[in-house]
Every structure is written in C-alpha cells, then in structure tokens.
Design a protein around this ligand. Structure first.
Ligand code: NAD
Length: 495
C-alpha cells in the first residue's frame, strides 16, 4: 500500500500530523493508498516555502520563466502515459479519457509559455507635455489552488501555469480522492528546473483549505468544486482580504430543435451525458427536446446506450468507467429511484445492469418526462443520468436555462443558423455550444460559468487567468529640467 504525501520546498515529505485518509481504486473497490492529511503547521510550512521562493521568483526574467515552462510542458508530454495510468487508477475514468484530460491540461501550459506576450503593458507617449504614461502587470505573491476530484490534472493546470508564469508562487491542495497524479505532476515541475518552493502541494481536507483561506501571506485563492463549497471559499477568502475566483457546480442543458439532425444530436447527447460517467462539470444532464423531436431522439439515444461498454478504465474496450466512490454510486442510484417515485419515466435504468465485481459501477440511465420540480432535475447528480424535459417551443427551452440556478454550459442542436445565433444571445450561461455539446473553451480563451457556477470576478485560465494572477500598475513619468521646478498646489491637469 503506498503512502501519498506532500511536496514542500521542492521535496516530497512524509506527513507529520498523524491524520490520514484512504485512497481507493474505484474499478475494484480496493484501497490502494494512504493519504497524509496536512496539519495547520504543515500548511504554514508550505506557505513559508512559497513566500521565501517568491522573493526571487517574482523577479526572475520572463526568458527564464518561459524556458522552464517549456521544459515542464515537455516533461508532462513525455510522461503522459504514466500520468494517465495514475488518473485512471484513482479516478476511474477510462484511459483514453485520462489522455484527453492531459492533452487539455497541456494546452494551459502552452498558453503560459507565451507569458511574455500576455503580460505586455500599454504605453502612451506625451499624455501631457513631456509626460509618458504606461502600465505593467506584477505578481501577487503566494497564491493557492483548491481543486476537485473530477479533473485531478487538468484543473490544477488551469491555475498553476499562468499563476507561476506571472511570477507568483503556488500552494496546491488537490482532492483527497485522487491525489497521486497532481503529486507526480508537481515532481515533474521540480524536474523541469523550477526553484524549490515555487510550487508546493499539501494534501488535506477542510483543515488545510481553511488555513490556506485564512493565511495572511496567501494573496489569492483559486477554487474549483461544488457550489456550496465554492460559495464558502469565496466568502472566507474575501473575509481575509484575498482575491478569489471560485467555480462551482452545474446543470447543463442541450436544447434540440425539431430541425436538428437526430443522429448527430443523439451521438452528442450520449457522449456528453455519459462520458467520464457524467462526472464532468460540462456534462450534459438535461436534454430540452422541442416539439416532435423528442420521440425519435429518445429512440436514437436508447440505441446508442445499449451499445456502450462499461468496465475497468484500464481495459481498452471500456468506454465508461465506475463512479469515484461508493457514496457517489449510492447517490446516483438514489436519484434514479427518486425519479421513479416522483412520476418520471425511466426509459433505461442504470441500476439494472449488473457488474460482477466490487467496483463503484452503475449503468447509464435515461429519464423521460422530467419536470422542473423533480429532484433529478433540481440537483446536480454528477453521474451517468440524462433527463429529458419535453418543451413545446424554443422559448421554453431557453427559459429552462434562464430559470435554472446554474449557468455553466448550454448547447443547441439545430441546422438553422438564425436559431443558433438567437440562442447564442439568449442562453443564460457562460459557455455556449452550437452543435457542440461540451463547449469547454480552448486554453487561449477563458473558462467559467454564470450564476451559481462561478463566484468571484474573473473566469479561469487564458487571458482572464493572467489578469487574476497579476495586478496592474500604471506609471506616470516625466523628466523635466530641474531649473523649471516650482511649487504648484493645483490639481495636476494635462496640457
Ligand atoms: P468538492 O466541493 O467536494 O471538493 C472540492 C475541493 O474542496 C476539494 O479539494 C475538497 O477537499 C475541498 N473541500 C470539500 N469540502 C470542503 C469544506 N467543507 N471546506 C473546505 N474545503 C472543502 O467537489 P468535488 O466533489 O471534488 O468535485 C465535484 C464538483 O466540482 C461538482 O460539483 C462539479 O460540478 C464541480 N466542478 C466544477 C467545475 C467548474 O469549472 N465549474 C469543474 C470541475 C468540477
């Protein structure tokens, strides 16, 4: 049984708190590791290391930062197979999905490799006679990232590359459920040649998170996770004067108009609802089927569901793996049971599929005639369950999205350009897909939802990530002849 611990000041160090938790392989239900949980003192040691490293890292040239970021990018690429194996072993997602996660993570490192371009300021010569005005962006200091289980590599790398390329130093608190991949990623970061303390990893639970949020030397907190914790993190971090961005949960709708290509819409719905067992914040969990499209669409989705292969993520045949924990498995089954009790039609019941092992598997579920008062509609299930809400009109579909508390992603499937253009304007969500079911923006745009899917002022990665992890300074400068100097109490005006 392996022990998974912290990386502080450039070294993997054993935990000293005496507190631990178990790590499991979701495909077998077997415990595979013991995770050290950090004490306040261990979090403080990581922050102290980051604070000490900041003194020189914050002043390191853009050339050196870029060179090291390229080296890190290359090491992640070279070790992608090992990283994917670690992801699958603790998260459960299939290996091809783990490889996809790593590819999207690398996009974010590549964006940070262009940090010299992203940090360019503005310059105005002669704003007033003999006066020039220009702006620069400077690092904040020590910043913290707190990340969820569902993308243990990609989400930390939504934050770390931009933060560190901007000149900050970083303390990461990964999810307790799948901590090995982020720890290995941090070891690769050290191998790339970054100085000790620039990136630290503390494994931990609420105690570690709270200490990071309260610590006076931590200047910003970047969080991704469920909505109640996102809200809590925002409030607690702001109370101690930090800059904060906190991304929460989701309930993403896919509106299918009557003119949509049924096969394409069904392919998209199945891929987006059941990929990664529905444990994606951009998963489609509701299809809003408009008018006569519902019956043929449900038939086409059903046919595809029957062909899905669910099994151990390390088996190349598997298209979907288990859920992350036994509790998740029970929770998802509970929502399906609740849908039956509340009067929905369960077209395919994932609970019926038997898996001959102790892993946290559940089959895929499709629920028809779902209404907005049902729990399976109201809550984020975070499992392989797709609800169909039948709508008479396009407007009803748009209103569903508007009236939903979350606003992460929304998609439309149609062949009508004007309807798609209208949806782009109407959809009350931060990321919109037009015939694209999972519209996760590329690394050079930014990621973030609206409403209860994001608390804070900036979205994540890309240009907004650079803005979040740097602060602007504007310099007004003149080089007058000292012979012309005089006292003038008037407010400076420009001539
Ligand atoms: P979670 O909120 O349970 O945990 C996220 C992090 O917060 C973990 O590091 C955890 O240790 C910490 N945490 C948990 N409870 C805490 C508490 N009481 N106090 C302080 N810290 C606490 O989320 P999860 O189950 O790991 O991840 C799934 C959730 O994340 C889903 O809701 C999903 O939609 C969301 N998510 C959102 C996005 C997005 O971009 N909006 C992306 C990925 C996941």
């Amino acid at each position: 049984m392996k022990t998974i611990s912290h990386l502080i000041d450039g070294q993997v160090v054993a935990g000293t708190s005496g507190n631990t938790t178990e790590v499991y392989n979701p495909a077998t239900g077997q415990q595979t590791g013991v995770l050290d949980l950090a004490s306040v003192e261990e979090v403080d040691a990581a922050v102290a290391s980051a604070q000490a490293a900041f003194e020189s890292w914050g002043k390191t040239s853009l050339a050196t930062r870029t060179k090291l970021m390229f080296a890190f990018r290359n090491l992640v690429t070279e070790n992608a197979t090992e990283l994917a194996a670690l992801l699958t072993a603790e998260h459960g997602k299939v290996l091809s999905d783990s490889a996809g996660e790593i590819a999207r993570a690398i996009e974010n490192i590549e964006y940070a490799c262009g940090i010299a371009e992203h940090l360019k300021g503005d310059y105005n010569e002669a704003a007033s006679t003999g006066v020039d005005v220009y702006s620069v962006r400077q690092p904040l200091g020590v910043v913290a990232g707190i990340t969820p289980f569902n993308f243990p590599m990609m989400v930390p790398l939504w934050m770390i590359p931009n933060a560190i390329a901007c000149g900050n130093t970083f303390v990461l608190k990964p999810s307790e459920r799948d901590p090995s991949a982020p720890l290995f990623m941090a070891e690769l970061f050290q191998q790339a040649g970054f100085p000790p303390g620039v990136l630290n990893v503390v494994q931990g639970d609420k105690l570690a998170v709270d200490r990071l949020l309260d610590h006076p030397d931590v200047k910003a907190a970047s969080f991704v996770g469920s909505t109640p914790i996102a809200k809590y993190v925002q409030e607690r971090a702001q109370a101690s004067g930090k800059r904060v961005q906190a991304l929460g949960g989701a309930k993403n709708h896919m509106v299918v108009l009557p003119d949509a290509d049924i096969d394409m819409a069904a392919d998209a719905a199945v891929s987006a609802a059941y990929g990664s067992a529905g444990e994606r914040c951009m998963a489609i969990s509701v299809v809003a089927a408009v008018g006569p499209v519902a019956d043929p669409l449900i038939d086409a989705i059903k046919v595809r569901m029957e062909k899905l292969t669910i099994g151990d993520g390390t088996n190349p045949e598997s298209e979907m793996g288990p859920l992350v924990t036994k509790q998740s498995q029970e929770r998802v089954a509970g929502y399906v049971a609740g849908a039956v009790e509340q009067g929905a039609d369960v077209v395919v019941d994932g609970r019926d599929q038997n898996f001959d092992n102790d892993g946290y598997f559940i089959g895929v579920t499709l629920i028809d005639n779902v209404t907005t008062d049902m729990d399976c509609y109201k809550d984020e299930i975070f499992g392989p369950v797709l609800s169909v809400v039948r709508c008479d009109t396009y407007q009803e579909g748009v209103d569903l999205i508007k009236n939903n508390p979350w606003g992460n992603g929304a998609a439309i499937f149609t062949q009508n350009g004007a309807a798609a253009r209208q949806f782009q304007e109407d959809a009350d969500a931060g990321m919109v897909g037009i015939n694209v079911p999972v519209p996760v923006p590329v690394g050079y745009h930014s990621f973030g939802g609206w409403k209860d899917s994001l608390f804070g002022d900036t979205t994540m990665y890309g240009p907004e990530g650079v803005r979040f992890f740097s602060k602007a300074k504007v310099i007004t400068s003149r080089w007058p002849d000292p012979a012309n100097s005089r006292v003038d109490l008037g407010f400076p005006t420009n001539q």
